[in-house]
Design a protein around this ligand. Sequence first.
Ligand code: TYM
Length: 337
Amino acid sequence: MAAMPAANGKARVFSGIQPSGFLHIGNFLGAIRNWVRDQDRYDNIFCIVDLHALTLPIEPGALREQRLDLAATLIAAGIDPQRSALFLQSDVSAHSELAWILECFTPMGWLERMTAFKEKAGRQSDERVGAGLFNYPALMAADILLYDTNFVPVGEDQRQHLELTRDLAQRLNKRYGEIFVLPEPLIKQAGARIMGLDDPEKKMSKSVAAGAPGHAIGLMDPPDAVRRKFARAQTDTEPAVRFPAGAGVLNLLEIYRTVRELDPEAVRAEFEGRQYSALKQAVAEAVIEVLAPLQARYRTVRQDDAALLRTLKESAQRIEPTARATLARVQRAVGLR
Ligand code: TYM
């Protein structure tokens, strides 16, 4: 199916983020900041994927609160619900309905190859891993395909899920005619893969951060915590920055250049030969500078639960007809209508 531009002539962007509690600078630099930046360029739909958050154990009260925390964080970061749809996945039931159909067409082998599943499931025993964690990519494909999405801005860790989404769309298009628009990943060079501060061989992740306080900088971390975590970040045994540098140093340089919007060569030249402590301090101050205004706005926006819920519902109502139209198209194609 030819990519159908939205009514305003702009290409459609869809992206999602889990309300699983702790948000870190990887989420911000790899995704949220880019969503905010390109808000006028595209017709945007941003989704708080609360159904996905059920794939790992979570308390009901926590899920309820974290959805609002995330909505307030996204608004504080600059997502403008007047310009971009911002909604809860569970408010549009077409996500669950299309996910079931897609699961029936997704080979188990494709799902078994997903590294995100292997990493998350690997930490738990087989008896405890829910089938939802395994089927997760089919729900993600449903999210994207429901809205005739052209581009999906994400961090590098989501590339494999995007490939599965495309494969699945192509598989159904081949069998039933052009029912889906083929989405493309939008992954920026800078900030697409921020690594853990305690272990720069592993990507910074919400689930690891839960058990390792030095692993990630949280978007709500106060300045002293940011300074302390960077000061303890793992580097190598050299006292000063030399190239080729180790993974820990490269990660700090990457965070710095992404936050400050500099190119890699300029940052290399700025820090070559300088002590690690100087680099760590510079990164910490740069990060504090972007987090401070975000945190201040968050405190204001988060005060009004009713207003947040209203905003989320209004967006859901605005976009639901598109989702239902796609679902109906698929239901007709497979014989459910
Ligand atoms: P989630 O909630 O884990 O992450 C949200 C976004 O943050 C990016 N990200 C990173 N970027 C750079 N460095 C890192 N260390 C880092 N860690 C996370 C992610 O790439 C993501 O863009 N499966 C998705 C949620 C989802 C979705 C969707 C995304 C559900 N449906 C449809 C796009 C389209 C996830 O768990 O993201």
